[in-house]
Design a protein around this ligand. Sequence first.
Ligand SMILES: Cc1cc2nc3c(=O)[nH]c(=O)nc-3n(C[C@H](O)[C@H](O)[C@H](O)COP(=O)(O)OP(=O)(O)OC[C@H]3O[C@@H](n4cnc5c(N)ncnc54)[C@H](O)[C@@H]3O)c2cc1C
Length: 297
Amino acid sequence: MYDVIIIGGGPAGLNAAMVLGRCRRNIVVFDTAKPRNRWSKNMNGFLTSDGMNPKDFIEKGRAELAKYKVEIKFKKIETATYSKGQFVVNDEDGTVYHSKKLLLATGLKDILPEIEGVESLYGTSVHHCPYCDGWESQDKAIAVYGKERKGVGQALGMKTWSESVTLYTDGTDGLTRSDRELLKRNEVHVITEPIARLEGEDGKLQYIVLENGERHEQQAMFFSTGSTQQSDLGNQLGCEFTSKGVIKTRRLQQSNIPGLFVAGDAARDVQMVIVAAAEGAKAGVAINKDLQLESRK
Ligand SMILES: Cc1cc2nc3c(=O)[nH]c(=O)nc-3n(C[C@H](O)[C@H](O)[C@H](O)COP(=O)(O)OP(=O)(O)OC[C@H]3O[C@@H](n4cnc5c(N)ncnc54)[C@H](O)[C@@H]3O)c2cc1C
């Protein structure tokens, strides 16, 4: 039986593993190696590692864990249950593992706008997070994509980085009169025509082409189309979710299930690498404290 099973080997899971490894805990990390930012070449906004390649960051993290007793298994966990103070998980081969505590650090995945040409530009000039990629898009012609009213907040927010912001609602017209007035006052252009495709080269967006044939020169696009949990394990275990689809946690990443902790994007908070890593550290400390108390004579 492991002290702790960590599911997810992104920044949250690896940082938890670091803290728990240093506490001499017997732990295993399961990972399918699909971190949310794998589309991107730069991880921005992480002090000391600003702009680092996300792949290099994860590889460096794994290498730093080598001196601790941390096992990493590149397997998918298909099911997880909790019963009588014990967690039981099954990997994709049907192998069963047991632990006293469980940390879910399985992250989120983004729902990309369904437009031809998005995938080849995603992570380079098409983004969802202004805190991650706003600086790199500063003073560019920025498009914001959001159907109905979903892009209004994002479009107004992007004025922090550029004077030239255009909101595309892609064939929908859910903007209220006050939305339109607010956008106009803040000099955000609005295009409601359906989009046919995005065109660009080497990952750089050049044109948004409308179904009516118009071609709009744009250099970056930010979208508001939401995200979902990367795994169903939180559901299986009976976690409580917020209305935005992330798992509710308390101050030290505790969930509503005893012994189950959730860290990183899967849990509620700012979705950035440094926050995910910090939540992993918080969960590691809380888990170790619980284990200390439980083993005290
Ligand atoms: C395009 C893009 C660019 C971004 N740029 C930045 C940036 O510049 N700066 C920044 O701070 N943030 C950035 N982010 C956000 C950042 O990616 C996340 O905040 C961060 O990855 C969250 O870390 P995490 O450990 O919670 O989850 P993740 O990094 O998503 O890691 C979760 C891990 O769990 C694994 N996993 C999931 N389910 C299972 C399972 N059932 N069994 C085993 N393993 C499983 C996955 O394969 C993955 O390796 C960006 C996101 C995107 C999409």
